[in-house]
Design a protein around this ligand. Structure first.
Ligand code: GAR
Length: 210
């Protein structure tokens, strides 16, 4: 079996995109390969990272398309051209519609900076601080049509200090994300964890990413 071809979708900084590439290189992971970056924001720093890592990019500002279906059809065409098997959302700030969800059902994952179902949507870190929670964290889940609602694959908690700021909490959460997301994506692309009848099934336990 050849390496699974993975497309990462990102809109901004791209630290998780780079963490996946670095981890897979360092650990000699050969069953998956980041073969494409899809980015809806032409000014995003993730594009600079993709250039450094020599990952092909598709830059697609949604305003260039008449509607969401046309936008996603354009992306789908590029995914098919690059023979993409699996989609990884890493700070991609748009909801996926049926045009992309249907052909990649069970083969799209997302990373979210809270313990879902708490604080879905935008600015999960700000929401956690606003509510004064003592524990937040990260969630990795399969993607469905909802806003951060898909079946949960993995979660890890992060404790908040009484004097936590947006900056310190972001740093703590990102540190966990960079450690965990590349490993969970490995498990997904090698089908150690799959979506079966709408439920998450681990085929190989125990699983340890720490
Ligand atoms: C990450 O913290 C990720 O959890 C979050 O965006 C950040 C992207 O950082 N995703 C969401 O909020 C999705 N709702 P990065 O561009 O440095 O990887």
């Amino acid at each position: 079996m050849g390496a699974k071809r993975v497309a990462v979708f990102a809109s901004g900084n791209g630290s998780n995109f780079e963490a996946i590439l670095a981890n897979w290189q360092e650990t000699g992971f050969e069953d998956g390969q980041v073969s494409l970056l899809v980015c809806n924001n032409p000014g995003a720093f993730v594009l600079t990272r993709a250039k450094e890592w020599k990952v092909p990019t598709f830059v697609c500002p949604s305003r260039n398309y008449p509607d969401k279906t046309a936008y996603e059809l354009a992306i789908l065409e590029v995914l098919q051209k690059h023979q993409i098997d699996f989609i990884v959302l890493a700070g991609y700030m748009r909801l996926l519609g049926p045009t992309l969800l249907a052909p990649y059902e069970g083969r799209i994952v997302n990373l979210h900076p809270s313990l879902l179902p708490a604080f879905p949507g935008k600015d999960a870190i700000g929401q956690a601080l606003e509510h004064g929670v003592r524990i937040s964290g990260i969630t990795i889940h399969f993607v469905d049509e909802g806003l951060d609602t898909g079946p949960i694959i993995y979660q890890q908690a992060v404790a908040l200090d009484p004097d936590e700021t947006r900056q310190t909490l972001t740093a703590k959460i990102q540190q966990v994300e960079h450690q965990v997301y590349p490993e969970i994506v490995k498990a997904c692309v090698t089908e150690q964890v799959v979506l079966e009848g709408g439920k998450v099934k681990w085929r190989k336990q125990p699983f340890n990413v720490r």
